[in-house]
Design a protein around this ligand. Structure first.
Ligand code: F6P
Length: 323
């Protein structure tokens, strides 16, 4: 393998740049050339390629977002789009790919490998942490810290004004951000898509808090919760429980931005090297991850969503401590 392509795809996440840097420098160490593919699969189709040197990735380890930009490509879902992408890779003599992203990214890489035999290795880059085969995805730790910091501020108003705040965090299908940040910020309740939400039980909990003279509360709602988003849940609760003045805050994309934490930078650096060594060592169709502090390789089909589960012990912990 003489030349590899690297790209970032799907929602950006803090630490993607640290991963790009690690891929570039690890490849150069192994005498392999690196081409950056801008805007992910869209750039593969439009031939938006740029040679990356060690200097090109200087000073980016601390930067959020992705210098290669990101996209969710519609064209790559078509056979014509993938054919064009393949032709462009062949014309540029790109022998293999490193895909930094989440389940959509790896699904694309898997289909592409099956159709055209382009080997690829995935690096988990998403704030959602919804991939099997790694304890943490790159960006998750930063996102959790962003949520905790933001809600600590909201807590000041909640307690000063005796208010009930419903705070919506990201996670269409997964409650990892909600659960971990909720524990970290001491939420009174955490609503996640993986477990059914019973409005009756939530109201009973809030009533108990009121009886114990709790004057304010924070409810963390994952955007994909089965009872609805934060506004919908707040409405349902308020209809029957209006003891507190109720407010809704949607944290939105602030969760995806900002400088990556040290943990995310180190994770990205480790996974960048592991991905390059896996690809040049002949592996393909796999995601690299860190499990129990060891590098692991997991087939894309297993890594992509529906295989990762919320930690039962954390759910129990949240329940016990949130009274
Ligand atoms: O997958 C990452 C993520 O941030 C999800 O948590 C969220 O539901 C989604 O992306 C939002 O995507 P977009 O930026 O396209 O609105």
């Amino acid at each position: 393998m003489k030349k590899i392509g690297v790209f970032t795809s799907g929602g950006d996440s803090p630490g993607m740049n640290a991963a790009i840097r690690a891929v570039v420098r690890s490849a150069i160490y192994h005498n392999v050339e690196v081409v950056g593919i801008r805007r992910a699969y869209d750039g593969m189709i439009s031939c938006d390629f740029v040679k990356l040197t060690s200097q090109d990735v200087s000073g980016i380890i601390q930067r959020g977002g992705t210098i290669l930009k990101s996209a969710r490509s519609v064209a790559f879902r078509t056979p014509e789009g993938r054919k064009k992408a393949f032709e462009n890779l062949v014309n540029h003599r790109i022998d293999g790919l490193i895909a930094i992203g989440g389940d959509g990214t790896f699904t694309g890489a898997k289909v592409f490998e099956a159709e055209y035999g382009i080997p690829s290795i995935g690096i988990p880059g998403t704030i959602d942490n919804d991939l099997y085969g790694t304890d943490n995805t790159i960006g998750y730790d930063t996102a959790i810290n962003t949520v905790v910091e933001a809600v600590d501020k909201i807590r000041d108003t909640a307690s000063s004004h005796d208010r009930l705040f419903f705070v919506e965090v990201m996670g269409r299908d997964a409650g990892f951000i909600a659960l971990r940040s909720g524990i970290g910020l001491g939420a009174e309740a955490i609503l996640v898509p993986e477990t059914p939400t019973y409005i009756d039980a939530l109201i009973a909990k809030l009533e108990k808090g009121r009886d114990q003279l709790k004057s304010s509360a924070i409810i963390i709602v994952a955007e994909g919760d089965d009872a609805g988003n934060a506004s919908e849940v707040a409405k349902k609760v308020k209809e029957r429980f209006d003891y507190y003045d109720t407010k809704v805050t949607v944290l939105g994309h602030i969760q995806r931005g900002g400088s990556p934490t040290a943990a995310d930078r180190v994770l990205a650096s480790r996974l960048g090297l592991a991905a390059v060594e896996a690809l040049i060592g002949g592996k393909t169709n796999q995601m690299v991850g860190v499990v129990n502090n060891q590098i692991e390789h997991t087939d894309y089909s297993k890594a992509i969503k529906h295989h990762s589960t919320l930690n039962e012990n954390l759910l129990r912990l949240a329940e016990i401590l949130s009274i």
